[in-house]
Every structure is written in structure tokens, then in C-alpha cells.
Ligand binder design. Structure first.
Ligand code: 2P0
Length: 324
């Protein structure tokens, strides 16, 4: 049986996905828009093996167990059914998303798995089909099939809920400074967090309506290479998402005092005329949407309040590739 390795990069949502209308198919309540990042990716190698009596799954050369193992075997069952291929499989995955970067790795992980597993199973999938398949592993993975700016249309069923590229080549100055606030595993995973917000926030439907209405403005900001419009909207959308968690029942938040200190520092920088905007996901780390020319000024301001803060510069990255 042939062995395939796929490389997929992680992505950060500028308009967030935070809740599902169908938890089995992973159909989101909102359309989301993201930027794929060059510096963070997952390489996954897959081959079927008739000698195996169970799937063999490793992550960073360590055998995967428990819930992580279950998620991957369930995903492989989808691929096996589709390809009419019923052997067990080796899945060896290396995450080049430094754990300390605190970035979600499920997007790059399930995109790479979708690419390598479908190729190993002999399925020849178009990018849209690959996006639909990756979505079944983790919603945000649907966007990591594509490079640059990608949009995941919420849709209403398996066929219509799919991502596409807005612009794969990003030839204007935009970067994400990723600030490491905390590298501990999060206490509330995204799946549970978004479910609690959707079920229990009294403002959830308002958030859905508002977030979906932000899509055309975000598309326009991307088309116009308008960092100010893009950043303003992304920061507002992120805070609106986090507000849903704070009014859920029980209330919760991923943001810490340090996250808020960074958000305040960013506001102060903007008051001096520097276009810099914060976005946060299911953890305390903050990503700063900015232009490379301002990196130094931003770093100086941050180090004044957080001398030890670790920063990685992330730039726009490519879509999925079969690397071997
Ligand atoms: C996003 N996040 O749009 C949002 C913003 C986190 C905050 O997608 O349940 O791991 O596997 O579909 O994709 C993280 O959630 O959740 C996420 P599942 P996923 O990037």
C-alpha cells in the first residue's frame, strides 16, 4: 500500500467559528474567515497495513491514546467507508506548531490527516471535497486546506458547509505577532466551550446574526488590502465571541489578566497611530494583526509592560501539499 505525507498549515480566524448547528457533521452557526500561517504546520504520514489489528497513531513520535486516538480512528472510519478500504492504518503526525505557541493545532492536524489519508486510500479529492472531509475532523481544519485568506461558508449540510480560498497569495504587508501568555493545555476545550456558549448565552443568536453580517465587510477589507478595516473588524469579532463565554451558564473565559494587559497595550499603541489589533481564540494567548514595519515599535511597547513575553512572527502561508 502506498504511503503519503501531507503538510497543512494552521490558520487563525479573523471572523470566528464558535458553535455548531450539527455536532456530528460539524455545521457551524456562522461563516468564518481566516488567515493561514506559514510558520506553523503539521506533517502527517499515512499508510494502510493489512498486518495491523488496530490503528497505529503517533503524535510527535509518541503513541496517541484516549480521546485523541478516538477522534483520529473515527475520522479514519469516514475515509475507509468512502474508499471501501477496511484495513487498519498507520498515522504518524509531527506537529510543527510549537506547543508553547499556544496556537490551535487541530486545524493543521485534521487538514493534513484528510490530505494524507484520502491519498493513501486511493481517493482523489478536489480541494472542496478535501475541505468537507477535514471539517468532519475539526471545523477549523476545513479552512487549512487553503493558503492565504480562506472563507468557510457555514452552509446547512455536508455538501454546502465548505471552505474556499478568498486570495491564496497575500502580497501585501500583514502579519500576526503571536504572543505566548500561557503554554498550559486549556481547561475548557473549544468543543465544550462553544457548545456552552451556544446553549446558554442569552445573546447567542444576536452574536450569530452580527457575525454573519460582518462577512462582506471582511471580504472588502481583504480585497482592498485595508489593514485598519480588517483589524478593527477582527478585534471586534473576537471580543464579541469571548463575550458569549462570559455570559454563558456557567460563565467562563479563556482570557487572563495578561491577555487584557496586551489588549490595553494594543489600544494605547493605536492611539499613537500604529495599526495593530488583537485577536484571541480558545486560550489566553493573543495574536496581533499588524504590519512588519511596526514590529519593533510594538515589541518595545509590549516589553515595557511584559518584559518576558515571547513573540513569534507569523506570516501568510500556503495551502495543503502532498510532500512525499
Ligand atoms: C476558529 N476556534 O474559528 C475558532 C475561534 C477557536 C476560537 O475553530 O469542535 O478545534 O473540532 O470543530 O475547530 C477551534 O475549534 O473545534 C476553533 P471543533 P475547533 O478558529
Amino acid at each position: 500500500m502506498s504511503q503519503y505525507t501531507a503538510r497543512a498549515h494552521t490558520n487563525i480566524a479573523l471572523l470566528k467559528y464558535w458553535g455548531k448547528t450539527d455536532t456530528n457533521l460539524i455545521i457551524p452557526t456562522t461563516t468564518s474567515i481566516s488567515l493561514t500561517l506559514n510558520e506553523f504546520y503539521t506533517d502527517t504520514t499515512v499508510w494502510f497495513d493489512e498486518q495491523l489489528t488496530a490503528d497505529d497513531i503517533t503524535l510527535n513520535n509518541v503513541s496517541l491514546q484516549g480521546r485523541g486516538y478516538e477522534k483520529v480512528t473515527r475520522f479514519m472510519d469516514l475515509v475507509r467507508d468512502r474508499a471501501n478500504q477496511h484495513q487498519f492504518v498507520h498515522v504518524h503526525s509531527i506537529n510543527h506548531v510549537p506547543t508553547a505557541a499556544g496556537l490551535a493545532s487541530s486545524a493543521s492536524a485534521f487538514a493534513a490527516l484528510a490530505g494524507a489519508a484520502s491519498a493513501a486510500a486511493g481517493l482523489s479529492l478536489e480541494p472542496a471535497d478535501l475541505s468537507r472531509l477535514a471539517r468532519r475532523g475539526s471545523g477549523s481544519a476545513s479552512r487549512s486546506i487553503f493558503g492565504g485568506f480562506a472563507q468557510w461558508d457555514r452552509g446547512h449540510d455536508d455538501q454546502t458547509s465548505v471552505a474556499h480560498a478568498l486570495t491564496e497569495t497575500v502580497d501585501w504587508p500583514i502579519q500576526l505577532l503571536t504572543l505566548i501568555v500561557n503554554d498550559q493545555p486549556k481547561k475548557i476545550d473549544s468543543r465544550g466551550g462553544m457548545q456552552n456558549a451556544r446553549a446558554n448565552s442569552p445573546f447567542y443568536q444576536q452574536w450569530v446574526d452580527m457575525a454573519n453580517a460582518q462577512v462582506p465587510a471582511m471580504q472588502a477589507a481583504i480585497n482592498n488590502h485595508d489593514l485598519v478595516a480588517l483589524g478593527t473588524l477582527a478585534e471586534a469579532n473576537a471580543l464579541q465571541m469571548h463575550a458569549q463565554n462570559m455570559v454563558a451558564n456557567p460563565p467562563f473565559t479563556y482570557l487572563t489578566d495578561v491577555s487584557w494587559l496586551i489588549i490595553e497595550t494594543v489600544k494605547a499603541l493605536r492611539a499613537t497611530g500604529i495599526p495593530v489589533y488583537a485577536t484571541m481564540d480558545a486560550g489566553p494567548n493573543v495574536k496581533l494583526i499588524s504590519q512588519p514595519a511596526d514590529t519593533e515599535k510594538i515589541m518595545v511597547a509590549l516589553r515595557k509592560v511584559l518584559p518576558e513575553i515571547q513573540v513569534t512572527v507569523a506570516t501568510p502561508g500556503p495551502g495543503i501539499q502532498i510532500v512525499q
